[in-house]
Design a protein around this ligand. Structure first.
Ligand code: DQA
Length: 143
């Protein structure tokens, strides 16, 4: 089983942004941790990141065509991108929305997710564990 882990804007700069909110790890460490945990769980992952709404949509189209299960952190697009929501709706395999922080405990504009209503589930607030929990949940959904 192959999973796509897709990360949205500004997430490649994790070690440079708001450590008190996102924790003290770099994007490279996120990639390593996710890859190792996936391997230990018996699945392979492709991990992609883009700051571009267009590129994220194109990646989601490919995941729809290949029926690939997705773990998706849409980052700030979570809160307002109907275009990304529409691309998520077209996916054929399960998709889990993840967030490193808990958006509901932060600024009001983060309390809205236009993505949550069209995914299988959302995991937020557990740092890197959000991705680990999502891998476990996705494996169970696809089984
Ligand atoms: C985030 C939460 C979003 O509100 C924010 O814009 C991000 C990261 C998270 O993983 O906690 O960039 O998706």
């Amino acid at each position: 089983m192959k999973i796509l882990v897709l990360n949205g804007p500004n997430l490649a700069r994790l070690d440079l942004r708001e450590k008190s909110i996102y924790g003290d790890f770099s994007y490279a460490e996120l990639e390593e941790t996710v890859t190792r945990f996936a391997k230990d769980s018996g699945v392979t992952v492709e991990i992609l990141q883009s700051d571009s709404e267009t590129e994220l949509i194109q990646i989601l189209h490919k995941a729809a065509d290949s029926k690939t299960p997705v773990i998706f952190n849409p980052a700030a697009f979570t809160h307002y991108s109907y275009a990304i929501r529409d691309a998520v709706v077209m996916l054929k395999a399960p998709i889990i929305e993840v967030h490193i922080s808990n958006p509901l405990s932060r600024e009001e504009f983060r309390h809205t997710s236009v993505i949550s209503g069209v995914v299988n589930g959302t995991i937020a607030g557990f740092g890197l564990d959000s991705y680990r929990l999502a891998i476990l949940a996705l494996i169970n959904l696809v089984k």
